[in-house]
Design a protein around this ligand. Structure first.
Ligand SMILES: *Cc1c(COP(=O)(O)O)cnc(C)c1O
Length: 459
C-alpha cells in the first residue's frame, strides 16, 4: 500500500516562527506556566484545539465571495439551509454563531430546575448551559469509556442499561431530552456505534423523550462506523451520517469542527413548535432567523464545508495522520489514551509522569514540558480543568484522568510537522523524570484552567 498523502496542495501559506529554548522558558514563566496565556505568535505547532482552526478550501473562499449580506432571506441562507438539510435530513435549520449558542437556546427552552439531561458524556459548554438553566447534566458513558487503557471500538457508547435505569429513577416527564455526543470529545474523541445510536433512540422514544445529537464531529463518527461496525463497509459516509441523524429529533452543531468553518453553528429540528420557540430566542440574542449571528459569507463557507467533510479521501487522510502520530509514539512506550480518537491524540500524563502525584498536576506539567522542548501547545484535560481545590481544607480534589490533548486542526499541518511532533514528544519522554510538578498560586472560582497561575515545584 502506498503512503496516504494529504489530499490537497497548498495555495496560501502562513509562516510559523521557530523560537529558542531560552525564549520559550521566558514566555512560559511570563505566562505563569499556563499555555492559554502564551501568544499564538510564540507557538510553533498549535494543537490547543481543532475548533475554528481548520484551513478553508479554495471553494470555500470562492463561496465567501458569493456571500449575500441581505438582512432577511439572503441567498446564502438558502444555500446553507439546503446543505444542512441534505446532510442531516432534518427539515428545520436555524443558524447560530457557534455550538454553545445552539446549546444556550435549546436548554433555555427545555432545561430548568428539577429536570435532567443524560448523554454519553456532555461536552463542557453543553454541561455548563444545562446547569445554568437549573437542570442536571448526567454522563452515562460505558465503563470502558472511562478507562484510558481499555480497548473498545466504540468507547463513546452510552450505557443503555444505565439510561433505562436513569429514566425509571428520574421519571420520563423530568427528562426533556436525551443527548449523545458524536464523537465523544470529552471522552477522548471516541466514536459511538450505529447500534448504540439506535438503542438510545429506541429507549428515549419508548418513553416519548426527544433524542438529540451533539453532532460536532458527525463525519468522523460516521467514518469510524464505516471502518469498525459490521454491515457499513459498503455504505458511503454520507449515507451513514444520514442514518445516524434519522434516529434523532434534532441536533446541536458547531460548524467550527466538522464543517471546516472558522465560525458558525446551527440547531436542527423536526418539531415546528420547538423551532419557533428557538427562533424567538435567536432573535433576542443572535439575530434574524436567516443569519443567526453570522455573516452571509459564513453561511456559504459552512454550506461548502459540509460537503467537503464527507469526502472519504479526506477522512482517510485525517485518520491516517492521528494514527501515524499515535503509532510512532506508542511504539517507543509513550502512554496514550487507547485507541486514538479521530481529531486528537491524548497523552496519559499519569503514566507519562509517574513521579508527579495527581495533586501536582501531571497533565499541566507535561503540557509545559512540550512547549518548552519544542514550542508545541497542547491542552491539559485533567485535574486543572475538571478537579478543584477544597475550599475548607485547601486540598486538591483530582479528576479521574490526567490527559494532555493534542488536537489536530483540519488540513493545517503536514506529515513533516507530525514527524517533528513525534521527535519532541520522544525527547520529553526520554527525560521525563526531570519534569517538575506544579502548584497553583492563583485561581478563579470557575473554569480555572483558562486563567490559573502556576509555579513549578523543584524537588
Ligand atoms: C466544540 C464543541 C461544542 C461547542 O461548540 P463551540 O462552537 O465551541 O461553541 C459542543 N460540543 C462539542 C462536542 C464540541 O466539541
Amino acid at each position: 500500500m502506498k503512503t496516504i498523502i494529504e489530499p490537497f496542495k497548498i495555495k496560501v501559506v502562513e509562516p510559523i516562527r521557530i523560537t529558542t529554548r531560552q525564549e520559550r522558558a521566558a514566555y512560559l514563566s511570563d505566562a505563569y506556566y499556563n499555555v492559554f496565556k502564551i501568544s499564538a505568535e510564540d507557538v510553533l505547532i498549535d494543537l490547543l484545539t481543532d475548533s475554528g482552526t481548520s484551513a478553508m478550501s479554495s471553494e470555500q473562499w470562492a463561496a465567501m465571495m458569493r456571500g449575500d449580506e441581505s438582512y432577511a432571506g439572503s441567498r446564502s441562507f438558502f444555500r446553507f439551509e439546503k446543505a444542512v438539510q441534505d446532510v442531516t435530513g432534518f427539515p428545520i435549520i436555524i443558524p447560530t454563531h457557534q455550538g454553545r449558542a445552539s446549546e444556550r437556546i435549546l436548554f433555555s427552552i427545555i432545561g430548568g430546575k428539577g429536570r435532567a439531561i443524560p448523554s454519553n458524556t456532555h461536552f463542557d459548554t453543553t454541561r455548563a448551559n444545562i446547569e445554568v438553566s437549573g437542570a442536571e447534566a448526567v454522563d452515562l458513558v460505558i465503563p470502558e469509556g472511562k478507562d484510558p487503557r481499555a480497548i473498545h471500538p466504540f468507547k463513546g457508547n452510552m450505557d443503555l442499561d444505565a439510561l433505562e435505569g436513569f429514566i425509571k429513577e428520574k421519571g420520563a416527564l423530568n427528562i426533556p431530552a436525551v443527548f449523545c455526543t458524536v464523537t465523544n470529545n470529552t471522552g477522548g474523541g471516541q466514536p459511538v456505534s450505529m447500534e448504540n445510536i439506535r438503542g438510545i433512540s429506541r429507549i428515549a422514544h419508548e418513553h416519548s423523550i426527544p433524542f438529540f445529537l451533539d453532532a460536532c464531529r458527525f463525519a468522523e463518527n460516521a467514518y469510524f462506523i464505516k471502518l469498525r461496525e459490521k454491515g457499513f463497509q459498503e455504505k458511503t459516509v454520507r449515507e451513514i451520517a444520514k442514518e445516524m441523524f434519522s434516529y434523532c429529533d434534532g441536533c446541536t452543531m458547531s460548524a467550527k469542527k466538522d464543517a471546516f468553518a472558522n465560525i458558525g453553528g446551527f440547531l436542527a429540528f423536526r418539531d415546528e413548535d420547538l423551532a419557533s420557540e428557538a427562533r424567538n430566542l435567536l432573535i433576542l440574542g443572535e439575530g434574524f432567523p436567516t443569519y443567526g449571528g453570522l455573516a452571509g459569507r459564513d453561511l456559504d463557507a459552512i454550506a461548502v464545508g459540509l460537503e467537503e467533510i464527507l469526502d472519504e479521501q479526506y477522512l482517510e487522510y485525517r485518520f491516517a495522520s492521528t494514527r501515524y502520530l499515535a503509532k510512532n509514539i506508542t511504539e517507543m512506550g509513550v502512554p496514550i489514551l487507547e485507541p486514538p480518537g479521530g481529531h486528537a491524540v491524548y497523552l496519559d500524563a499519569v503514566r507519562f509522569c509517574e513521579h508527579i502525584p495527581k495533586n501536582r498536576f501531571p497533565g499541566q506539567a507535561l503540557t509545559c514540558a512540550l512547549y518548552l522542548e519544542g514550542g508545541i501547545r497542547g491542552v491539559e484535560i485533567g485535574s486543572v480543568m475538571f478537579g478543584h481545590t477544597d475550599p475548607e481544607t485547601g486540598e486538591e480534589i483530582p479528576a479521574d484522568m490526567d490527559l494532555v490533548r493534542l488536537a489536530l486542526p483540519r488540513r493545517v499541518y503536514t506529515q513533516s510537522h507530525i514527524d517533528y511532533l513525534v521527535e519532541v514528544i520522544l525527547e520529553v519522554f526520554a527525560k521525563r523524570e526531570r519534569i517538575p510538578g506544579y502548584k497553583i498560586i492563583e485561581q478563579p472560582p470557575y473554569l480555572r484552567h483558562f486563567t490559573a497561575k502556576f509555579q513549578p515545584i523543584k524537588s
